[in-house]
Design a protein around this ligand. Structure first.
Ligand SMILES: [Fe+2]
Ligand SMILES: [Fe+2]
Length: 150
């Protein structure tokens, strides 16, 4: 039977795949990057469709990422040393700030090209975060030998 730790790690990895998949979909949605610098200059027929899609995808990415970080924080409450937990939660706050900045771009001028640049930045932040924090969290969780009680 899978341990509590293994179940947690599986959940974390599945979330990461989902988040990275959304980033790919957001990037793929805009074909005009490097050609124009503002969505408003795009062909109106294209603009209406992809603007809506990108906004939905970004909203979904922001929500999934915030929720994922909360779940990791919950796992950390019981299973990791305070030093790691505090630093890791602090890193999640930095991610939340970057996500908020992307939301602000949308509510202020709706320029998807700028928003996707924000997505590029957060992509790099997330890759660094996986390496610097989540990998360590996973190894703490793998030490948890408890099995779930139903
Ligand atoms: Fe994390
Ligand atoms: Fe994570």
């Amino acid at each position: 039977m899978a341990t509590v730790g293994e179940i947690a790690v599986e959940r974390i990895r599945r979330d990461h795949e989902h988040m990275l998949g959304l980033i790919e979909r957001i990037r793929a949605e805009c074909t005009q990057r490097g050609i124009i610098s503002n969505c408003a200059d795009c062909n109106p027929t294209r603009h209406v469709i992809c603007h809506g899609n990108i906004e939905l995808l970004i909203r979904s990415f922001v929500e999934s990422t915030l929720k994922h970080n909360l779940i990791e924080s919950m796992f950390m409450e019981e299973h990791v040393p305070a030093e790691h937990r505090i630093a890791h939660n602090q890193a999640h706050i930095e991610i939340a700030k970057q996500l908020k900045a992307i939301r602000v771009i949308f509510s202020e001028d709706g320029n998807c090209i700028l928003a996707i640049e924000g997505i590029d930045r957060i992509h790099q932040t997330l890759l660094d975060h996986l390496k610097d924090y989540d990998r360590q969290l996973e190894s703490y969780l793998m030490e948890v030998t408890l099995v779930p009680q139903f």
